[in-house]
Design a protein around this ligand. Structure first.
Ligand code: AMP
Length: 143
């Protein structure tokens, strides 16, 4: 259960990714943010942007961290749209279990959308790594 007033858990999965203790398929990285493929994508090209600072929800994020996430999301979303030839895209982020948040480190979802194509269920089905790597390669080509 993730609550709005929770202290930051240094052992959450994205903290481990940031420390290099867990693998990830990186799309983009700078001194304040990391963008990588979501391993249980709701659409082909679904990826995440996270701040490097410890923050559970949007309310914990510094203004500087929030600005950095948005700047990276803008770059990555443009690349996702081009790579997936998407006529639209969604950006979403959930704050607390009550809102459906499952990983207690702030993250922005970027999801390409196509007319008539429904999203897969949230955080339900792991995608094959070869498929994720292939999609990542296409996105990186536009970054
Ligand atoms: P949320 O429910 O908004 O907290 O979203 C968490 C997202 O992280 C879900 O879309 C999961 O599929 C995704 N996710 C969980 N573990 C990993 C991981 N190790 N690498 C990449 N994405 C992950």
């Amino acid at each position: 259960m993730i609550k709005l007033d929770d202290a930051y858990d240094e052992n959450n999965i994205f903290a481990k990714i940031l420390r290099g203790e867990m693998p990830n398929i990186t799309l983009y990285e700078d001194d304040k943010t990391l963008a990588f493929m979501d391993i249980m994508p709701q659409a082909v090209g679904h990826c995440l942007v996270i701040p490097k600072e410890p923050a559970v929800t949007f309310l914990d994020l510094s203004e500087d961290g929030a600005a950095a996430v948005m700047a990276t999301a803008k770059k990555v979303a443009a690349a996702v749209v081009q790579a997936m030839d998407a006529p639209g895209f969604m950006m979403a982020q959930l704050n607390s279990s009550a809102a459906g948040q499952t990983v207690p480190h702030y993250h922005m979802h970027i999801l390409p959308r196509h007319d008539g194509l429904e999203l897969e269920f949230h955080a339900r089905k792991p995608e094959n790594m070869a498929v994720l790597n292939e999609t990542a390669e296409k996105i990186r080509a536009h970054l």
